[in-house]
Structures are given as C-alpha cells and as structure tokens.
Ligand binder design. Sequence first.
Ligand code: GAR
Length: 195
Amino acid sequence: MKRVAILVSGGGSNMVALARSMEGDHPARPVLVLSNDPAAKGLERAAAMGIPVAAVDHRPFKGDRAAFEAALMEPLLAAEPDVICLAGFMRILTPGFTGRFAGRMLNIHPSLLPKYPGLHTHQRALDAGDTEAGCTVHEVTEVLDDGPILGQARVPVLPGDDADTLAARVLVQEHVLYPAVLRRYVSGDRTPVSL
Ligand code: GAR
C-alpha cells in the first residue's frame, strides 16, 4: 500500500476528493494532511475523516523559507510518504524541498499549463478571451507550476463568466482529475490523463 501525504493551505476540497478516492482496492491511503496554516479548514476536514493532521505555521519564520521548510519536513518525513500531493498549498517551495521529493510530489494548478502559472489564473484566462479553461496535475520540479504534466481537464468559458463562476466550474473538474491522476501515478503509470 502506497502512503500519500497531502499538503493544504485552505479549504481542502481537493484533499477531500483525494482522500475519499483512496479506499477499497485503491493502491494508496492518506497518511497525513499537513498545512502551513494551523487554522486551515482542510485540517479540520481531514481530522473528521480520521486522517492524521499536522501544521507548521509559516508566519513565525518571517520569510526564512529554508527554516520553514526544515520544520515542515519533520512531520512529513515522520509520516514516511511514498507520494506527496500539493492540494491548494499556497507557499512557494525552494529547490531544497522540491529536490528532496523529486519524482514523488504532485501539484494541481487551476489553469491549462503552460498557460498561467502563478496566481489569478481564472481572471487571466478571461482577460485573454480564452474560450476554454481548466486545470493541470503535474509533477513538481524546482520551477513553479512547471514539471511533467500528468493530466489536464478542460471546461468551456461561458458568456457572462467571471473569475468566481469559472473557478467553480474548474474546481468540479479538479475533484475528478486529481484522484484519477493519483490512482494512475501510484500504480506506476505516468501516462497523462485527459478529461
Ligand atoms: C484549487 O483550485 C487549486 O487548484 C488551487 O487552489 C485551490 C484550492 O482549493 N491551487 C493553486 O492555486 C496552487 N497555486 P481547495 O483547498 O478547496 O482544494
């Protein structure tokens, strides 16, 4: 059985989708939900699902990313994960951290990468007049929102959309895409998923 740790910063809806998928004949189980925000709603939701949780508040580190990451590494290594899923984890990670978990860390990003790495993806898609939007799951490398693409899901941009309506439509697909990619990935299959 593969061990999966999930990193969240907020509501954790992708974490819930991933955790719910890991049951029955699924070859993985969630072993830790970890956050940089002790108040993250995702921690509460994970605990309610019986998943071990931990938090390392990034704020006392006052921008010392290396020290924050060293602290974050402790509960993470203790959980002995085979795979780490970033699921709405909103801290930029340094090469020291991403390198430590190269080849076993995934991220979901709310755009059709390589379009719109970084923030405000939905507004940027609308501003560009895109007729479709979506989300991407990729392997994490030291470059932000880069790395081999493991799956993408597409949705139409509809007349009258604003960033919120578009984000909501994409999020529904995130909850389908991420579990589909994870299942393949833990089975050793890196063929991209296309939805
Ligand atoms: C999701 O839309 C995810 O793709 C995005 O944050 C949201 C988290 O929602 N991630 C990023 O923007 C990463 N840069 P959730 O906490 O409900 O899963």
